[in-house]
Write a protein of this length. Structure first.
Lengths: 204, 193
């Protein structure tokens, strides 16, 4: 057995990991080869020095800190799962599109409802004060920008009720009348007012 | 019953979310894992943090764990990769100096002698010797150092070490032989042949 083969097996021989037959061969070679013997000795000495490397002990809070990190990991995994999903381009854009569509729909419906309510208010006031022709004198100084620059309500004006008796306009109705932004059929009301003036003139 | 709680059994329970099983596994491998990382990185300060990372990875990977090989092999593979990444990060930031003054002297056996002066002197000699050994090991190439620590300190067989290092047994033998040869040259001051 040549030195090269022996040296390949020396490490395992040193760690007693060689088979029985091979161990005997190596021992026989070591008996006659000082170089391989020296190499084995140096391996043993290096091993002995490596045994002095030492070890460390863990801190008493190792387990506690580990469990805290695992709990935090469990919490983050839920959020990160959701964010990972949202980071997908098609998911994010679909979500935005859906949100925009829903917002638009809600906005339109809200606007429609508001306009409908305003229209109902206008019709109610019309029915109440205009009735068969006589009606309230609509303040002409009111402008489409009344909402931003509200006109101070005039003193309680009176109007002719269908029965002919004077009638005080409540404040809540006055706002409807004065705020031309809310009046959907402002032109019609204006025409009615004009018609009413003409009627009064003709009567007189 | 201890016989029923093999590593594989514990991992199967961890897969189902059993934290008690995970804690038992941590108890079983904590010391050897921390010391493996310490001996490989030669960095005591980071050993516990790195051990935490390894256990966290074990916990996260439990769902994908398949008992095809020994659990310890799987664990040391994760630990080796984690430690290697740490070392590479350290190298990229700055050169790591295994300086005697900056390194904390831990795990060095103390000599109990009556004479205080002799005690101090002996202690210093021992400390210097350990420092030399640790420095020599730290300067080995990563693969050689890994092979050395896994077989010498963690008690893995050549086959198990080969599985961790993802190479053949002859390759592991070669790594060990070269590591010992290098150490013999570097430890010539303490190793008299």
């Amino acid at each position: 057995m040549d030195c090269r083969r022996i040296q390949d097996s020396l490490f395992e021989h040193h760690q007693n990991r060689l088979s029985g037959g091979l161990t005997i061969e190596v021992r026989h070679h070591l008996d006659v080869c000082p170089e391989c013997r020296s190499l084995l000795e140096s391996l043993k000495l290096v091993d002995a020095e490596l045994d002095r490397f030492g070890e460390i002990t863990s801190s008493p809070y190792f387990d506690q800190k580990l469990n805290v990190r695992i709990d935090e990991l469990a919490r983050q995994s839920w959020y990160s799962g959701l964010f990972r999903l949202l980071r997908q381009p098609y998911v994010l854009s679909s979500a935005f599109l859906l949100l925009a569509t829903v917002s638009l729909w809600i906005g339109i419906r809200h606007q429609q409802a508001a306009r409908l309510k305003n229209l109902e208010d206008v019709i109610r006031v019309q029915e109440k004060y205009l009735g068969s022709g006589s009606g309230t004198e609509v303040p002409r100084e009111a402008s489409p920008h009344t909402a931003q620059h509200p006109v101070s309500p005039p003193e309680a004006t009176t109007g002719q009720s269908p029965a002919g008796a004077e009638q005080v306009i409540p404040d809540q109705d006055r706002a409807v009348i004065e705020n031309f932004d809310l009046l959907e059929n402002y032109e019609t009301l204006k025409n009615l007012d004009l018609a009413d003036s003409q009627a009064s003139t003709e009567t007189n | 019953m201890a016989g029923d709680n093999s590593d594989v059994d514990l991992m199967v329970r961890i897969k189902r979310g059993d934290r008690e099983a995970f804690n038992a596994l941590v108890q079983r491998y904590r010391k050897s894992l921390i010391n493996f990382i310490f001996r490989f990185t030669c960095n005591e300060a980071s050993s516990e943090d790195l051990a935490h990372e390894v256990f966290l990875k074990v916990f996260q990977s439990a769902a994908r764990y398949e008992p095809k090989a020994e659990f310890s092999t799987w664990l040391y593979r994760i630990a080796s990769n984690t430690a290697l990444n740490f070392i590479r990060d350290q190298r990229n930031r700055a050169s790591v100096s295994i300086d005697a003054d900056s390194e904390k002297e831990s795990g060095i056996p103390r000599i109990d002698l009556a004479d205080q002066r002799v005690l101090v002197e002996e202690q210093l000699i021992v400390q210097e010797r350990v420092r030399t050994i640790r420095k020599a090991v730290a300067r080995l190439p990563d693969q050689q150092r890994l092979a050395l620590v896994l077989t010498k300190y963690q008690g893995l067989s050549l086959k198990e070490a080969a599985s961790v290092l993802k190479c053949s047994e002859p390759a592991v033998k070669s790594l060990l032989f070269r590591a010992y040869t290098t150490l013999r040259e570097r430890l010539v001051s303490v190793v008299s042949v």
